[in-house]
Design a protein around this ligand. Structure first.
Ligand SMILES: [Zn+2]
Length: 397
């Protein structure tokens, strides 16, 4: 007998809070989502806590948990996951840091993206830094735009570093690295300001009306997590379809395939059909696929309620619909839908609140719930205090 086919659909950051301009409804309640509602009516729904107490509700933490890996054990930082996505090997004694190229003005975090610097310009800046910091124990790896990786000594593991996107417009001084190892990190970050102040690249960027890069900002460090391959752990393997590096990195660390889908942008303009066909392609060969859609989260970060509703309606039409069709056409299958965490438009960042989940397919008997949203989920039959309990239910119930 062949294995059951299993699909998990993540609408990143879909869950929200009641919003006044929607007459107290959430975007999930206000959006037209007939396919999600149908999924709920034919299946079981409820609430799941995706972020363990005391953990930062990052997409890395939440998605790791949904895939069954306890972030309290396996998550040591965001950078090593991104390094994995970039196929960067981290030798023993070294750890990965995120190295942002940021723009600081009047000692404040003016722009943590340096005007979404081009990867070409960023590469030149990193070459300059790499030259100036020769013999200082840093290996720079160029990523995309303002997001890069620096491999450094594992003596720096315990330093407390702040993500630059958490301090827009704020004075940087209180947010520079603290604790063990922070002296060296502060020194290097300060020196980067002197180096970049003299840089020809910045002269050119200013002349072209672009935001200059004035500093490298180190954060998110950690050791590479050693995840037991998903297939060994769960008896089924497959892949992750996502536009987002950090989710792809978790997939690589878990031994899942992580196809790069042309046209997948991580935003509202993403090629949903291409992502869906990449997912179905994986199911032709294997038994498990994890489809991650980033757009609702981006809309939440922008605080744009209408854009979020549109992102949810697109997710319903272009992902949930085809997945539901697949589940109906393949009785030996089971599917799960949920956000990884809420990204409420009012707070414009992630929260750790419980999120609605819904399971449909083989052996799942419908409960009383009739709609997919935060409020209806409270009345559903499922309750999970940890995301790996939900995965266990999905695979083994
Ligand atoms: Zn997320």
């Amino acid at each position: 007998m062949s294995n059951r086919k299993t699909i998990i659909c993540i609408g990143d950051g879909m869950a929200d809070l009641p919003i006044d301009e929607l007459d107290g409804r959430t975007p999930l309640q206000a959006a037209q989502t007939p396919r999600l509602d149908e999924w709920v009516r034919g299946g079981m729904s409820g609430l799941v806590r995706t972020v363990p107490d005391g953990q930062y509700p990052g997409s890395d933490v939440a998605n790791m948990g949904i895939l069954g890996y306890d972030p309290r054990i396996f998550h040591t930082g965001r950078a090593p996951i991104e390094a994995a996505a970039m196929d960067i090997e981290t030798p023993a004694g070294r750890i990965a840091f995120r190295c942002n190229l940021v723009s600081v003005k009047n000692d404040r975090m003016h722009d943590f993206t340096s005007g979404h610097i081009s990867t070409d310009d960023a590469g030149e800046v990193l070459r300059e830094l790499s030259e100036a910091f020769r013999d200082r124990g840093i290996d720079f790896h160029t990523g995309v735009s303002y997001r890069h990786i620096a491999l450094m000594s594992d003596d720096l593991l315990e330093a407390e570093c702040t993500p630059p996107h958490d301090i827009p417009g704020k004075e940087i001084d209180p947010f520079l690295p603290q604790g063990e190892g922070s002296v060296l990190l502060r020194e290097l970050m300060a020196e980067s300001r002197d180096i970049l102040a003299r840089s020809d690249i910045n002269r050119r960027r200013r002349a072209d009306g672009n935001t200059p890069v004035t500093m490298m900002w180190l954060w998110g460090q950690g050791r590479t997590p050693e995840l037991e391959p998903f297939r060994n752990r769960n008896g089924i393997g497959g892949g992750i379809v996502t536009a987002v590096d950090i989710i792809r990195g978790i997939g690589k660390l878990a031994g899942l395939e992580t196809p790069v889908v042309p046209g997948a942008t991580g935003f509202i303009d993403t090629d949903y059909e291409a992502k869906m066909s990449a997912a179905l392609d994986i199911l032709e060969r294997d038994d498990f696929v994890y489809i991650h859609i980033e757009a609702p989260d981006e809309a939440g970060h922008m605080g744009d309620v209408n854009l979020k509703i549109r992102a949810i309606e697109d997710f319903d039409l272009k992902i949930v619909g085809p997945v539901l069709d697949y589940a109906r056409g393949n009785p030996n299958s089971r599917v799960l839908v949920l956000p990884d965490h809420p990204t409420p438009c009012a707070v414009r960042t992630h929260t750790a609140d419980r999120v609605p989940c819904a399971v449909f397919g083989e052996g799942i008997l419908p409960d009383e719930s009739t709609a997919y949203d935060e409020e209806s989920a409270r009345r559903g039959s499922l309750r999970f205090d940890a995301p790996w309990d939900l995965l266990d239910f999905l695979l083994n119930h």
